[in-house]
Design a protein around this ligand. Structure first.
Ligand code: SAH
Length: 213
C-alpha cells in the first residue's frame, strides 16, 4: 500500500480537472487531493487511477468516475456529523469521500465479494464507516433511519419508496434513475408527506440489482 509524492502530484492534477468541469466545493476537492485512489483499484490499472475515468473492480462492478463521485458529493452538500446512507459500497472510494466530509456513514453492498474486500480494506486506510452492511439497498436501513442524506451509486430502474421514507424532513436522496443511462435526481423531503424533485443531468452507472447473487 504505497503512496508517493508522484501519486500526490497526480491527485492535485485530478482535482484541477474536476475544477475545470465545475466542481467548486473545496471540501470535496480536498478529499480528492487526499484519498489514494490508486489503492482502490487493481494495481494493473494503477497508471489510470488519476484519470477522470471509471474502472472495473471485482465482481464485474466499477469504481465510479471521479467527476461523478465529486458531483454527487458536492450535490449532497454533506455537513459535519450528517447521518448518511450510501447504497453501493463498491470499491469504497465514495465512502472515503463521505468520511473525509465528516459524515457518519452507513454503507450497503449486495455483492458479497466486494462487501468482504472493502470492509477489510477501508479501515486499513483509516476510513471507518459506522457500519458496513451486506444486503439489498432497495430496502435501505430502516433500523438506523432517518438519515440526513441518502446517496445511491448504482443506476436505479425506479425510485425505491423505502429510501424516500427513510429521510429526515429537510433531508435528501440523490439517485441516478434510468435503464441504459440515468438522470441524476435529487429528492428533498420538504414535509413528512412532500418531496421536491430536481433533475441534474445524464450519467452512466452499473445497474442497481434487485436479486442477491
Ligand atoms: N461507490 C462505488 C460505486 C460502485 S458501482 C465506487 O465508487 O466504487 C455500484 C455498486 O452498487 C456495485 O458495487 C454494486 O454491486 C452495488 N449494488 C448494485 N445493486 C445494489 C443493491 N440493490 N444494493 C446494494 N448495492 C448494490
Amino acid at each position: 500500500m504505497k503512496d508517493t509524492s508522484k501519486h500526490q502530484g497526480l491527485r492535485n492534477q485530478l482535482a484541477k480537472v474536476l475544477q475545470q468541469k465545475g466542481i467548486v466545493d473545496e471540501n470535496v476537492l480536498n478529499a480528492v487531493r487526499k484519498i489514494p485512489r490508486h489503492l482502490f483499484i487493481d494495481s494493473s490499472f494503477e497508471s489510470h487511477a488519476y484519470q477522470d475515468k471509471a474502472f472495473p473492480i471485482a465482481a464485474d462492478q466499477t469504481i465510479s468516475q471521479p467527476y461523478t463521485v465529486a458531483f454527487q458529493s458536492q450535490t449532497l452538500a454533506v455537513k459535519n456529523f450528517h447521518k448518511v446512507l450510501e447504497i453501493g459500497t463498491g470499491s469504497g472510494y465514495q465512502t472515503a469521500v463521505l468520511l473525509e466530509l465528516n459524515a457518519e456513514v452507513y454503507t450497503i453492498e449486495r455483492q458479497r465479494e466486494l462487501f468482504k474486500k472493502t470492509s477489510l480494506f477501508l479501515p486499513k486506510l483509516g476510513y471507518k464507516p459506522k457500519k458496513f452492511i451486506f444486503g439489498d439497498g432497495y430496502k435501505g436501513l430502516p433500523e438506523q433511519a432517518p438519515f440526513d442524506k441518502i446517496i445511491v451509486t448504482a443506476g436505479a430502474p425506479f425510485v425505491p419508496k423505502a429510501l424516500l421514507g427513510q429521510l429526515k424532513v429537510g433531508g435528501s436522496l440523490l439517485i441516478p434513475v434510468g435503464d441504459k443511462t440515468q438522470i441524476m435526481t435529487l429528492f428533498t423531503r420538504t414535509s413528512p408527506k412532500e418531496f421536491e424533485k430536481q433533475e441534474l443531468g445524464d450519467f452512466a452507472f452499473v445497474p442497481m440489482l434487485e436479486e442477491k447473487n
